[in-house]
Ligand binder design. Structure first.
Ligand SMILES: Nc1ncnc2c1ncn2[C@@H]1O[C@H](COP(=O)(O)OP(=O)(O)OP(=O)(O)O)[C@@H](O)[C@H]1O
Length: 568
């Protein structure tokens, strides 16, 4: 092997190891070969992955340059010398790449810190909202599930001056309808900016503590002032840690502004629609308790399902809607919460301005998993353990779990799977897991999944397929799936040069993107706020490792498509 040949081989080897993600195994093998222990405790000051590689590689390179190299260069055959030279160059190249990676990681971290400092502020300032049912005037019923009825509401004292703090859409309902009811003063969403969810209480008892404890999951999206101070105190005093963790505000997760217990009132439609869950005071045959939990939220004009019944979003709006769901799910995962009942009925929508995509929020946390330690692993030691709601959209790893000793269900990617199924609805197709002929998540094969419409971009189709992988280990997290969509929507140009310039081009693009988002933020609330929020979310959660994985998926998808085109 000539020296020139060795040099090119070495560089090629180093590049391949890096590109294929084989760095870790190669380093391990090399360290074993030298009889060294792989460093377990990385040094401080560098991100762990890089500390680890650097330590091992430095040793390796040192050995190549000293003992080994000397031995080979002095006494080895020319072939051995060339091979060793190639190896040395390869290691050198990897070192250089690691150095670059380290600087990229630092850049990403800087961007992340900059954007994560700016916490999302809910547009409604709920400080003036009351903690009693009487503080609200109730409008007509706007929804009903299997556990609660939801009514439009206003807080006359809080909104005595007519404010427009809630950006709600034009009213589409018949405004005259409500005037016949004594409860309804006005049906417009503008006049009823709030929604009150009245839980049906048939098993939680009538004391405030027992109600709060038994319906505690509903409080996961509650703001810091949602419960009256003494309520928090009472519940925590009696049963420390019973209240679940709550999640910070996020543009794609519903916010509960107030939560209080009160006597069950007779609201419009109660006698006709849910007489059985009323207390005996209101219906002698009712089995409900006298008091229950009320949750005050923003009033949203419709659910995702209702919206899709009348609208067919184009591919770009559809992608932005899917991305919002992934951002919401990623936020929940980071907070140690799994929703476990994602479906188009549990996603609410509002509209900022003409032409911009709808804003989506994930709602109804009644089935969620929010363990006090933030773990998304649920001990599954008995059939009585609740796996979550909506069996049709239950991720395969959840649906197929068999209870037993030391069995845990991992929910870390279960919501992402459900988002994959909802994507079909967003892009105008039937959800393949619904209906008598629908696929069953516990037994389907990935090749049975129907194709999405041809208008849906190839990258988005790939994301949906990845989200619906049966093996959760091969399924990307919501974060990685969201990153793929972000890159595909806004970073295509930076990705085009991945082969030659590696991550450098991408990091430059990230810096430009950060500057743009910051500048747009300074310019006031102009432009498309949904897109701006999505971009902020992306930058606030930048991590080089996730970014590498996302880029890998995108490039792999592109390569596969090219190979497919060439072969036909
Ligand atoms: N904040 C809101 N604004 C407008 N409509 C809402 C709001 N919250 C809930 N709804 C409507 O009420 C319906 C029922 O609410 P929700 O899903 O929270 O009840 P649930 O009884 O917990 O449902 P499930 O049967 O899924 O357990 C929703 O599908 C939606 O139509």
């Amino acid at each position: 092997m000539s020296v020139r040949h060795a040099v090119s081989r070495g560089l090629e080897w180093g590049r391949s190891v890096y590109r294929l993600g084989l760095l870790k195994p190669v380093v391990r093998i090399a360290a074993r070969f030298r009889g060294e222990r792989v460093p377990a405790r990385p040094q401080a000051g560098l991100p762990s992955r890089y500390r680890y590689f650097r330590t091992t590689l430095s040793g390796l390179a040192a050995q190549v340059q000293s003992g080994g190299f000397r031995r080979f260069s002095a006494g080895g055959s020319p072939r051995n010398r060339a091979v060793f030279l190639a190896f040395g160059l390869g290691v050198g190249l990897i070192e250089q790449r690691l150095e670059e990676d380290r600087s990229h990681a630092t850049t990403c971290q800087g961007i992340q810190e900059l954007f994560s400092k700016k916490r999302f502020q809910s547009p409604l300032k709920p400080l003036t909202l009351g903690y009693r049912f009487e503080d609200y005037s109730i409008g007509k019923q706007i929804g009903k599930g299997s556990n609660a009825a939801v009514y439009e509401a206003a807080a006359p004292l809080a909104f005595s001056k007519k404010t427009d703090t809630c950006s709600v859409v034009e009213v589409t309902e018949d405004e005259g309808e409500g005037e016949t009811s004594p409860y309804l003063r006005c049906c417009s969403l503008r006049n009823f900016p709030l929604a009150v969810k009245m839980m049906w209480n048939i098993g939680a008892g009538s004391s405030r503590d027992s109600i709060l404890r038994s319906m505690s999951q509903e409080l996961v999206p509650a703001g810091p002032h949602a419960l009256k101070q003494e309520n928090k105190q009472l519940t925590l005093d009696g049963h420390f840690g019973v209240l679940p963790r709550t999640v910070p505000a996020h543009p794609n997760v519903i916010r509960v502004y107030r939560a209080f217990t009160a006597e069950v009132p007779l609201l419009p439609g109660a006698q006709e629609e849910y007489p059985a869950v009323l207390p005996a005071r209101l219906n002698p045959d009712g089995i409900g308790y006298n008091r229950t939990l009320f949750l005050v939220m923003k009033n949203y004009p419709c659910t995702l399902r209702q919206y899709l019944e009348r609208n067919k979003p184009g591919w770009r709006h559809g992608t932005l809607m899917l991305l919002q769901l992934l951002e919401g799910v990623d936020h929940l995962c980071r907070q140690g919460v799994a929703h476990r009942d994602l479906k188009s009925d549990n996603v609410l929508l509002e509209f900022d301005s003409d032409g911009s995509p709808p804003r989506l929020v994930i709602s109804d946390f009644g089935c969620c998993l929010a363990q006090s330690d933030g773990s998304l692993q649920l001990p599954f030691n008995s059939v009585w353990v609740n796996r979550g709601g909506n069996a049709c959209l239950m991720a395969p790893e959840v649906a197929t779990a068999v209870p037993g000793r030391d069995v845990f269900i991992d929910y870390s990617k279960a919501d992402a799977w459900a988002v994959g199924t909802i994507s079909y609805e967003i892009f105008g197709e039937a959800n393949p897991f619904y209906g008598a002929q629908g696929l069953e998540s516990r037994s389907f094969q990935e090749k049975q999944l129907p194709r999405l419409p041809a208008a849906v971009p190839a990258d988005v189709q790939m994301v949906v397929r990845l989200l619906l992988r049966t093996n959760s280990e091969k399924r990307p997290s919501a974060r990685v799936a969201a990153n793929i969509l972000h890159l595909s929507l806004w970073g295509k140009k930076a990705l085009a040069n991945q082969g030659s310039a590696g991550m450098r081009e991408l990091v430059d693009w990230l810096l430009c993107q950060s500057a743009m988002v910051l500048l747009r933020g300074c310019g006031g609330p102009c432009g498309n706020t949904v897109e701006a929020e999505l971009q902020r979310c992306f930058l606030a959660h930048l991590e080089l490792e996730d970014l590498h994985t996302s880029v890998g998926f995108l490039l792999f998808g592109q390569e596969q498509r090219q190979a497919c085109i060439l072969s036909t």
